[in-house]
Design a protein around this ligand. Structure first.
Ligand code: HPA
Ligand code: ZN
Length: 349
């Protein structure tokens, strides 16, 4: 492991901002800021159950995952046309570029839109066009991961997958999100096997609010390559050893966990424990418009609250490249740039 030279404490925030990083757990619908929700509502003639931006923001007081999801799906109801999906993704990608995100693997929830009558082509083409423009204009590499809503049936997921197949070149994998408890991964065994047969990458949310058993079935029934969240793993020593041995990445989202009351306070987050156990942890924003911060906000606030070190900053950024679904040569280029950034800050010491 690359040994980080000491970095003066007052320089750590700037190092966190400037270091190149990948974001692997961001729901694009969770990047819809209230201002854009109202602008799109007006453009599309959609009536919202909130009087204005302030009233909507005031409703962002969540007690658990479900209390968030109810508002998140309401916010997504303003998305109707391809340009709406483009505008949403483009706004996120600009924010990501400002945070020195060089690569993003972006979740989208097609069922949230197709259930309202929006065609699959509208969703995927709008998002994908923004990803293409991000590479050309911002130098940010961006890929899409299609998520199934786990509160719906596996039949609905299979139908969604078949509708998305004509656009298979425009997404790199499938995931599983929405209400976790009561909807274990094994409910989606068939559709994940089908996606694997089509050469797609596999990830799933597990161990956010749900038990370690859901992480075991994500690994052993769905055969996922990464687990999204996974913070409940600390309650199962055998699982921790397995994750460490296999270097199965956990895409951890501290501000999300704080806002959804998974931990009482950011200082109580177990990211340090997960890192100390040698797990391949990455840091991510989840739903930045709803949880009070984009990726650098997550880095800055988590480091300030938990006392993580510059060495751990290096590990998190390095893990984000290791855990990404890009070719090895590309990973090595980003790792080289990461080391150069750390060198620059060490030199200032
Ligand atoms: N968990 C589950 N489903 C989600 C989330 C999350 O954190 N964000 C958006 N959909
Ligand atoms: Zn998530």
């Amino acid at each position: 492991m690359y040994q980080v030279h000491s970095v003066a404490p007052h320089l750590l925030p700037q190092l966190l901002r400037e270091m190149p990083k990948a974001e692997l757990h961001i729901h694009i619908e969770g990047s819809l800021e209230p201002e854009l929700i109202f602008a799109l509502a007006q453009r599309n003639g959609v009536t919202l159950p909130y009087a204005n931006v302030e009233a909507l923001r005031a409703a962002y007081a969540f007690t658990n995952l479900q209390s968030f999801l109810d508002i998140y799906y309401a916010g997504a109801s303003v998305l109707l046309h391809e340009q709406d999906f483009y505008d949403m993704a483009w706004a996120y990608l600009q924010r990501a570029a400002a945070d020195h995100v060089v690569h993003a693997e972006i979740f989208f929830d097609p069922q949230t839109h197709t259930e309202r009558g929006v065609p699959m082509a509208t969703v995927i083409n709008g998002l994908h066009r923004a990803c293409v423009d991000a590479q050309a204009t911002l130098g940010v590499s961006a890929q899409l991961i299609l998520c199934f809503l786990r509160h719906l049936s596996e039949e609905a997921a299979l139908q969604t997958f078949n509708e998305a197949l004509p656009f298979k070149t425009k997404f790199i994998g499938v995931g599983l999100d929405s209400s976790e408890v009561g909807h274990p991964p094994e409910k989606f065994q068939k559709v994940f096997a089908l996606a694997h047969a089509h050469g797609l990458h596999l990830v799933a949310h597990a161990g956010e609010e749900g038990p370690p058993a859901y992480m075991w079935s994500a690994l052993d029934v769905l055969h996922v390559e990464r687990i999204d969240h996974g913070v409940q793993a600390v309650h199962d020593a055998t699982l921790m050893a397995r994750l460490a041995k296999d270097r199965t990445p956990l895409t951890v989202c501290p501000l999300s966990n704080q806002k959804l009351c998974v931990f009482p306070d950011l200082k109580d987050h177990n990211i340090g424990q997960l890192l100390d156990a040698g797990l391949c942890v990455t840091l991510n924003s989840d739903d930045p418009a709803y949880f009070g911060g984009y990726l650098n906000d997550n880095f800055l606030q988590t480091f300030a609250a938990t006392g993580l070190t510059a060495q751990q900053a290096y590990v998190l950024a390095s893990n984000s490249f290791e855990a990404s679904f890009v070719p090895e040569v590309q990973k090595n280029q980003w790792l080289h740039a990461l080391k150069q950034t750390f060198q620059k800050f060490a030199d200032q010491d």
